[in-house]
Write a protein that binds this ligand. Structure first.
Ligand code: ZN
Length: 100
């Protein structure tokens, strides 16, 4: 028996030649293979496409020297109570004041 589900991913691309940055949205179809593995199919506008991190061309200069990384989407409030974040903000603040 196969199990399948879909998710949505956003990827951000940066051209290493001209520094253009853009993002693309993907619909991701996950299909369990029944052996604990998972096949993943990426689609854009309903069309099957290559995985987000390969074969991308800069829309500005046509370079293939493009870096891809998953967009830092807000995940559900899995983020632990941001005590660390507060400390970091405080350190930046102190540095700014030359007190650190
Ligand atoms: Zn470029």
């Amino acid at each position: 028996m196969r199990d399948a589900w879909s998710s949505h991913e956003a990827w951000v691309y940066e051209c290493l030649c001209c520094s253009t940055i853009w993002d693309e949205q993907f619909d991701v179809r996950h299909i369990a293979d029944g052996h604990g593995g998972e096949a993943t199919v990426y689609k854009q506008d309903g069309q099957r496409c290559t995985t987000p991190w390969v074969d991308h061309v800069c829309p500005n200069c046509q370079s293939q020297n493009v870096k891809a990384f998953p967009a830092p989407r807000a995940r559900r409030p899995e983020v632990p109570q941001a005590r660390g974040g507060t400390d970091v903000a405080l350190v930046f603040h102190l540095r700014h004041l030359h007190a650190w």
